[in-house]
Ligand binder design. Sequence first.
Ligand code: GDP
Length: 456
Amino acid sequence: MNILDQVLDVGRDIVERRVRLGVTGLSDAGKTVFITAFVHALMHPGRMTRLKAVAEGRYRAGILRPQPSQDLPRFPYEACVEQLTGARGAPEWPESTRSIAELRVSVRYRPRGLMSRLGDNVLHVDLFDYPGEWLLDLALLDKDYETWSQEALEVARSADARPHAEPWLEFLATLNPDVPDRAAEAAAIEGAAKFTAYLRAFRDARGRSTVVGPGRFLLPGELEGSPLVSFCPLPPPAAGARAERNSLRRLMRDRYEAYKSQVVGGFHRRHFARLDSQVVLVDIAGHASRGGAALEPVARSLDSVLRALRIGSGGWLPRWISPRIEKVLFAASKADQVPTDQHEALDALLRKSLDESIRRTSYQGARLEAFSIAAIRATREVVAASEQDRRYVAGRTVGEERDVAHFPGRIDLSGRPQGTFEVVRFLPPPGLDPAGPWPHLRLDRAIETLIGDRLR
Ligand code: GDP
């Protein structure tokens, strides 16, 4: 047992508290990198000056501890650190979140004021990583099968989606879903496979973080191939027609309802209702790169997240999802892809995307903050004196032998057409030390926002 373990295990004299922090965001938002950097920062707090416990000299140490839930996968922290620090070759970004995972890091600190006389405290920080696509499924709880089908078909027939949806729509046209059918099960499986193929193709064409669902069709996790994800929308029945027993429509409807209650409801009842703080990562710079139009679905998805978190009073969720979450941070990730003189604009763009939801829902209960961060800073800044001090971000990109300097264009809050603003992907910075602090932008402020008050 090392010295830190002994210190934390003294237990009896130490006040132990816990805080459960949810980390979500759509695919590619930066969850995996964020969790790795967050945990690493708590263990190596050298550059965490905006974390008050560190600034006030009260922070002692952070160590990994066994996670509290026996039945959740553990977040693969060590593997992520190995990839980032280049333990197995060149540094690379870790594999992205595909399912839920949990990790506990325990922090020992001295409380403020008189309490400090009683000795140190321990805060267990339980990080809970889950795909935002699953969170957005909450909107389904509210919809019956017919309504969901109708909405999904409208999207599939829209100009953007139609080319990808055609094989599935053609398949639907061959079905007679309202009569008893011995082959209903096979049709449901084939329909679900074609529907899923369409959702994936549409998402890939529009950027990985496009919101089309249900979430488990895109990221099935442990449900891959199960009946719970073997259904799809159907066109409405002919006027007056009723879905008979053993018909395909009945089967689809039952599975949709099972998905809602077992997958969406069950998942959230177990995990989501127990969160204290929540960070929602949004790759705003990436979305802005795809043009103003790409930001609109993001705004919509953030709106759903806000509703799901029941920050607004007009909640439509069942009561068991209690509004316990005290703090929500919306963080624009990968800010290091954008020169620092544009970070204010990046923050403004994030807030603008949230603005309508905030205004409409007049949030209450939770504290909400929104700013941009880089969990790991992969770039440095280069100023071109010959170009009126224009600022570039510089770093290594895939396939390049040398660092490249990139000017992404200027962020425009009105959402300019594609092409005028474009970020590039950089590799992780070389030389990240497995045993020392890592470069970041405002990760310390994010940690202070999320758990700072628990370290007082
Ligand atoms: P997830 O799908 O939400 O888990 O997203 P990841 O954490 O896997 O991040 C997706 C990709 O975004 C990574 O592979 C990196 O290319 C990039 N990325 C994430 N965080 C950062 C960051 O802080 N800085 C930079 N420059 N890139 C990042």
